[in-house]
Structure formats: C-alpha cells, structure tokens
Write a protein that binds this ligand. Structure first.
Ligand SMILES: [Zn+2]
Length: 418
C-alpha cells in the first residue's frame, strides 16, 4: 500500500506510524547544541547520533505566524498569505493581527489528510495560532483535536474537538508568560498520543524562554531538558519525530544592556515629514512584554510623492540596516505576498532591531536585555528527525519541509524490542 496525499503542489506518503512535528518557537540551533553538550538532553543526544541532525532556513520575516503556517502548508507566505503576525490590511486600511483564518490562502496538510481519513491532533501554547492551524478541520469525537495550553480550561468538543483537557493532562493552566505554557503542550501531546494515537500531531511552543535566556544558560538548559523528556516518551511510543523551529533568536542589545534600536518612523518623519510614511512592524502581537514589539524586520508604506530609490539608498547607508529593497524585489527574495507588504522592506543586522517611534514602544516589561528575531540573521533553524533520512542531500532545506522529511524521507528503524 502506497497512498499519497497531494496538497499545495506537494505530495506526502501516508504515515506508517504516527508523525509528530514539533515547532520549537525561537529555537536558535545553539540552544540544542549547548544543551546536548552540557549533557541535559540525553534522549536528543542519542537521537541526533542515530537519526538526522539537519539545519534548515525558516521564512523571513522570521516571525511566528508566517513560519507556523509555512510548516503546516509546506509552502512560503507567497502561497499561504500569512506574511506576519500583524499587517496593514489593504482592504480596510487598518493594522490588524493576522490570526484570522480569513487571511489564509492555502489549505493545511492536516485538512488534506483528514479528508482521506487521518486522525489529526494540534496543540499550541498560545491561543493566537489555534484557529489558523485548525482551519478547515472537522473537529469532535470522530474528527480532529485542536486546542491551546493558554485556553485549555475552556476547550470544548464543538470548538476544539476535546473537553476536560486540564484533567487529562493533570497540570494547572499555565501563565501565558511561562515555560510551563510550552511544557503543557508536550504533556498534553503525550497523553493524547497514548489515548488516541493520531496519524499526524503538531505541537507548537512559545519562545518566552528563548526571549529571556541565552543558549547554554541554566534557564535555557532547564527548558530543553524538559522537552527532551517528553520527546523520549513520544519516541518510545513509536512516533516519527520531526523537530524544527519557526525562527532563531539573537541578543539585540549593546554592552550596556540597552536594546540596539533604529526607530524607523522617527527617521522617516525627519526625512519626509511627520507620518508621511507609515512603518509597520509585523512582530507586533498582543503578547509584547518580552520583546516590546521590537524585531529585525519592518515594512514601510510610502506617500506617492516619495522617491523610493533614493530612500532605499539612504536607508542602506544607516548603520545596523542589513537589507532594504522595494516591494517586488523583497517579495521575490523572501517569497512573500506582494499585496500584504508595503513599498519597502527593511531588515536590520544580527544585533539590531527596528522600531516605529521611540515614544511608541513600551520597554518597561523588558526585565532582561533584549533578545529578539525577525531578520535574515535568525533564519537558520534545526531540523532533526529520530530516524535516518534519505534523498534530501541535494537541496536547501526549509523548516516547512518538516512534514515532507518525516513522511517521505525517513528510513524505518527496527527497535531492539521487535
Ligand atoms: Zn516565534
């Protein structure tokens, strides 16, 4: 039997055993490298020796929503439409969150598999992603399960395909700013795998820990040790594990600990007049405490009178700016939907972030020096599989190859027990 499911111009083999894809939010490769070297990820150390330890490029802007949707559709934002966490909706002229499924332009891999009878389970840390990831699925007893840690106590059969999550997991509902919010995802995933044995499972964490703690520090290592224990349990249940990240994470501050920010709106106000240009930061979301809405990618809407070429040249000369281009060139390079990106795209360097007005960012919630993402400098992410893989040596992997690698390129391994 060799069933294939085709969705968004890619085809996937039917899984012989459950496939679990994990999106570790903000997992710069150095986190796992350091935790393995420090001996706190014993399962992962063994898995990387016996399976596949690869690197992949994420989508730029290296933010959460565009990358999660790329992973679950197998395509870049030019196809699925989710260009940021936040964007300027050309239909309404309003800046809005990109959490609504109405912005999604492609079906998910889950939907295509469910239509052929697969059982699907999706668990996310924050509720903001839930409706996008679960879009188009039939939920309920005979259907899929899709819920968040954040609102796990409110999960219902009709909305989430499951109720009694908190009782099932045996953990209290975690605070939205906590490592436990991600732990709950894995604890629930292990319980659901044991109970329902879904064909495809997707687990997506939050980068609360990575925004606060550098690779190899005690706070980071404790988090990765926690994940290692749950991955070992899923592996022991016979699952194929495909682990990747939505984006990396870098320190974005000077030696004094103050964030290194280019306030783009202030700069453009100086050059063009107040509010003549409009800077949109697609990192913006309702949970900005740990990054103050500062990331390394911005898009700019210009007034008709502006000389875009001259501005590109002027911005390119600003120290800390790595890349500036017009809409068409930037959308071609980063595979973004042109109608959801402004006239310019601006990307800052590894240790620099982009803001709007200096007065517009509330940095009071930053308890530790800023760590953030969004740029090309956070594009390299892990792609690790608990099986040897074949047939992918000639290509540049993307994080949105995670399902392809797990379903089409893993070699079966016989466990010692068989
Ligand atoms: Zn993220």
């Amino acid at each position: 039997m060799n069933r294939k499911i085709t969705v968004n111009d890619r085809s996937y083999d039917w899984p012989a055993q459950p496939v679990v894809v994990v999106c570790i939010d903000g997992s710069e490769p150095a986190y796992i490298e350091a935790a393995v070297a420090d001996g706190v990820m014993p399962f992962t150390a063994k898995m990387l020796a016996q399976g596949a330890d690869l690197r992949a490029n994420c989508v730029v802007p290296s933010f959460t929503n565009p990358n999660n949707l790329s992973i679950v559709t197998g395509q870049p934002p030019a196809i699925h439409g989710i260009s940021g966490n936040y964007f300027l909706d050309p239909d309404s002229g309003e800046e809005v969150m990109m959490n609504d499924p109405k912005f999604l332009r492609a079906p998910t891999i889950f939907k295509a598999f469910q239509e052929e009878g697969a059982k699907i389970a999706i668990i996310t840390a924050k509720d903001k992603l839930r409706r996008l990831l679960g879009h188009g699925l039939t939920l309920g007893a005979e259907g899929a399960t899709c819920f968040s840690s954040e609102k796990s106590d409110q999960a219902t059969e009709s909305e989430n395909g499951i109720s009694g999550v908190v009782e099932m997991v045996g953990m209290p509902v975690p605070d939205v700013y906590s490592a436990e919010l991600s732990e709950f995802v894995f604890a629930a995933g292990v319980k659901l795998m044991a109970r329902d044995r879904p064909d495809l499972m997707y687990l997506s964490t939050t980068d609360y820990v990575q925004h606060k703690h550098a690779p190899g520090t005690p706070g980071a290592n404790a988090f990765y040790a926690m994940m290692d224990g749950y991955w070992a349990q899923l592996d022991a249940m016979g699952c194929v594990l495909s682990l990747t990240a939505d984006h990396g994470m870098n320190a974005k501050h000077g030696s004094d600990g103050a964030p290194s920010v280019i306030y783009l709106q202030d700069l453009l106000d100086d050059w063009l007049g107040r509010s003549a240009a409009r800077v949109v930061l697609p990192i913006t979301d309702p949970y900005v405490v740990h990054h103050g809405a500062l990331g390394s990618f911005a898009t700019v809407y210009l007034p008709d009178s502006a000389d875009a070429a001259a501005l590109i040249e002027k911005l390119s000369a600003v120290e800390g700016i790595e890349y500036v281009a017009g809409n068409a060139e930037a959308c071609a390079r980063f595979e973004l939907p042109q109608d959801r990106i402004g006239d310019l795209v601006v990307v800052s360097t590894r240790q620099v972030v982009l803001g709007t007005n200096e007065s517009g960012h509330d940095l009071s919630g930053l308890e530790v020096p800023l760590r953030s993402h969004g740029g090309v400098s956070e594009q390299t992410v892990p792609l690790m599989v608990n099986r040897p893989v074949q047939g992918i040596t000639e290509r540049t992997l993307r994080n949105f190859d995670a399902f392809d690698v797990a379903l089409n390129h893993t070699l079966e391994v016989r466990s010692a027990a068989q």
